[in-house]
Design a binder for this molecule. Structure first.
Ligand SMILES: [Zn+2]
Length: 95
């Protein structure tokens, strides 16, 4: 493996690059996978938003629900999920 900033080789147990001091945990392979997954969620989110704008609340809800399961800490998705649910059910569910 090589440092993503300076290209120096490092061992898998190293947390920082011995040459430039770059934080290697930021760019390890599992984080790259996560970043790709988040990007894929962005595309799904846009689709959900499109459904919401077109009034296809059931389709939008299914998409937001799916994203929420995979990225439960995404406040933007939680917010849109709640808005879509309210749009589907009217204001009856509000406390
Ligand atoms: Zn480096």
């Amino acid at each position: 493996m090589v440092c993503h900033r300076c290209g120096s080789p490092y061992k898998s147990e190293d947390r920082f690059c011995g040459f430039c001091g770059y934080n290697l945990s930021v760019t390890n392979s599992s984080n790259f996978v996560t970043m790709h997954a988040i990007h894929a969620k962005d595309i799904q989110y846009d689709l959900g938003l499109l459904y919401f704008k077109e009034g296809k609340y059931q389709e939008a809800l299914e998409i937001f629900e799916k994203i929420q399961k995979e990225t439960p800490d995404n406040l933007q998705v939680i917010n849109m999920y709640e808005r879509t649910r309210e749009a589907l059910n009217g204001s009856d569910l509000n406390p």
